[in-house]
Structure formats: C-alpha cells, structure tokens
Design a binder for this molecule. Structure first.
Ligand code: MTE
Ligand code: MO
Length: 372
C-alpha cells in the first residue's frame, strides 16, 4: 500500500477520499478562525504523501542558458529574505457537490470547505529565480513546478504559472517552508511548497522538487487535461482540453457556514456567518444576504483583516444578525459577494455547470426550519 506511510489526520476532517487523502473541515469550524489552524486546513492530495528528509532535501532550480542551475538545501532557502503573507487557498473543485446536484460531474464531491487560509512564510520565487539568472525577458514563458509525489509509473504532480507573475515581486509568489509559524505539515507539502496568491490551489505545488522556466505551460495532466472550464454544452465525447485556458485566477466566491443546511433554528433572531474571497488579489467589497431566497437583501458585516488593494490574497469572514420574520416556518438563506471589479456570483448553477465541476460559485443557499 503506497499510502501506508501517509500522516495521521485530525478526526474532525470530513473525508472525501482516503487514498489519496482528500478532506475538508466541517463548515462550522472553518470560519471559527480567520486563520485556519493547520490540523483542519483542507487537504487535496492526488498521490501518496512523500516522506522527505529535511537534511537531504534539495530544490533543483534550472537556470537559463548562460545562467546557473541551483540545488538548494533548506538552509540555502533560509538565506533568502524571509517573506510572509496571508493567503487563502481554494481548490477549483470547491462546492462541486452543488454542481453534481444539478447534473452529474466527474470529481471529488467537495462541499464548501475546500478553501482555507494560512499565514505562509518562505523565500520569494522571484528572488530565487533571479539568483539562477532568470530575467523577465520572455513574455510568453511559464514557470513549471514538479512535486516529489509520484504515481506508480513515476509521474510526478506538476503545474505551471506565467513567468510574469513569478517574477513580479508584488505578486508575492512564495517557496514556502512555514505555515502559521510552523514547518509545513506533511499533508501541506513538507518541507517546501509553492504559494501563488490569488491563484487556484492546483498551482500551489507541494513537496516541491524542481522549478524550471519553459516556453510552454507544464505538460502535466493537471495543467493540460484538468482544471479548465467549459460550456455547459460540452460533454466527455466532445471536450477539447486544448481549447480552454488553464485556470489561474479564480472568480469571486462566498458561502454560508452558519446555520447549516437543514438545521432547525430558534425564532427571534438569526445569525448568518460565512466567508467571501476573490482571485487575482481582488478585494471583497460587499456581501449580500437574503432570508427569502433572493427577493430582498441585507448587507453583511465584514470581519477579519482589512484587504490591501490589488493584493487582497486572503478571504473576509462576514456575519449578519437579523430578526427572523414573524410567522415564518422556514428560511431560504442566500449569500453572494461582490469584488472590487464589481464581479458578482451567478444566481444558479445551470449556466456555469461544466463536466469537471470546477468554478462552482453560484449564490450559496441554505434552507433552515424555524422552531415552533
Ligand atoms: N502538489 C502536489 N505535489 N501534489 C498534489 O496532489 N494538489 C494540488 C495542490 N498542490 C497537489 C499539489 C491541489 S489540486 C490543491 S487544491 C492544493 O495543492 C491543495 O493544497 P492543500 O492540500 O495544502 O490544501
Ligand atoms: Mo485542487
């Protein structure tokens, strides 16, 4: 069993698949803290978790012609200026189960918990690439990452991001060795992972073994044959993966974490809580909440840290306290967020449904009963 050496996990996690391990925190725990505690941070593994020795670990950085390839130990990485940033990581498949309810899709049945936030620290990728002699000369180039996890044929997890993002110090792309002040947990990429603020989780390559600059995107399955969006009309017989761009920045997203769907709540007052986030560093400027399925709306209060313009890498938590309208026996609670480009979430799944069940960001809906 290649998974026999996987780490022990927190019992509160809701498991979507055991081998490889995929799990999300229960929603009521997810928004208890602005920073997600490491043991309940959602986990998305495609392969067994490698068991890497920090003393012999090396990160191989391929240099350009005339430059210098680097083989960096952890100590070498610590010599680069340490950069810290709070980043929300979301899987492209977050909230996939809502797409499945509309029409079947292929993929893990994530609820709304395939998203978490941590304070990451490490070397900036731009500093490491510069040391190897890379420059932002080629505009069509990509930085390819390879993990040290692999399948039985020896194929490693891989992904890429555009060189322009990698070389931009303001984009704050990290080779992270700390998560919330601790060494990375094994499930989250020990000893080193990529953190790409504002970009889909799939590009945050864990157990990082190799970095190279290439004229083309990574040839990895997960870059080319997965994590892309398609029209609702496209099915597995007609899909042409080369026709769609790989997902990088994610669209605006929000979800309700309290109360739970199907719960019975007291009459009087209701407290609605949740999270909101947008990709590409776009800030969340507003969250609207409805108690009547979207007929009327109230503006939620935004909690958590203030966001920096164009560098809003982390989510906002939000809440709304509101009187329960008298005489009601049930509520259809809905939330939707607006980002600083005034992007909004679609009201239903139907127009954004796609065969892989990614980019699921319709209004989030929770149905509750009122105690008599
Ligand atoms: N990196 C490697 N090496 N192997 C993986 O399976 N999964 C990716 C990404 N990086 C993956 C990886 C995906 S799809 C996501 S959503 C994030 O890691 C999840 O990061 P987390 O498990 O720390 O939450
Ligand atoms: Mo993912």
């Amino acid at each position: 069993d290649p998974y026999a050496d996987d780490p022990v996990r927190h019992p509160a996690l809701k498991i979507n698949s055991q081998r490889p391990f995929n799990a999300e925190p229960p929603l009521e725990l997810l928004t208890e803290n602005y920073i997600t505690p490491n043991p309940i941070f959602f986990t998305r593994n495609h392969l067994p978790v490698p068991n890497l020795d920090p003393d012999t670990y090396r990160l191989y950085v391929v240099g350009p012609p005339g430059g210098q390839s680097l083989s960096l130990s952890l100590d070498d990485l610590y010599q680069f200026p340490k950069h810290e940033v709070t980043v929300t990581l979301q899987c492209a498949g977050n909230r996939r189960s809502e797409m499945t309810q509309f029409k079947e899709v292929s993929g893990l049945g994530w609820n709304a918990g395939a998203i978490s936030t941590a304070r990451w620290a490490g070397a900036r990728l731009c500093d490491v690439l510069a040391q190897a002699g890379h420059q932002l000369s080629e505009t069509e180039a990509h930085v390819c990452f390879e993990g040290l996890d692999s399948d039985p044929t020896g194929t490693a997890y891989g992904a890429s991001i555009p060189l322009a993002r990698a070389m931009d110090p303001e984009a704050e792309v990290l080779l992270a060795y700390e998560m919330n002040g601790q060494p990375l947990p094994r499930d989250h990429g020990f000893p080193v992972r990529v953190v790409v603020p504002g970009v889909v989780g799939a590009r945050h390559v864990k157990w990082l073994g190799k970095v190279s600059v290439e004229p083309e995107e990574s040839y990895s399955h997960w870059q080319r044959r997965d994590y892309k969006g398609f029209s609702p009309s496209v099915d597995w017989d007609t899909v042409d993966f080369d026709s769609a761009p790989s997902i990088q920045e994610l669209p605006v997203q929000s979800a309700i974490t309290q109360p739970k769907d199907g719960e019975t709540i007291e009459s009087g007052e209701v407290t609605v809580k949740g999270y909101a986030w947008s990709g590409g560093g776009r800030a969340v400027v507003r969250v609207d909440v409805s108690l009547d399925g979207g007929l009327t709306w109230q503006v939620a209060e935004l909690d958590g840290e203030e966001q920096r313009p164009r560098k809003a890498w982390a989510w906002r938590l939000w809440q709304l306290q509101a009187p329960v309208p008298p005489g009601k026996t049930e509520l259809n609670i809905v939330c939707k967020a607006v980002d600083d480009s005034y992007n909004v979430q679609p009201d239903t799944v139907a127009p954004i449904w796609n065969l892989r069940g990614v980019l699921s960001n319709a209004w989030h809906r929770v149905h509750v009963h009122i105690a008599p």
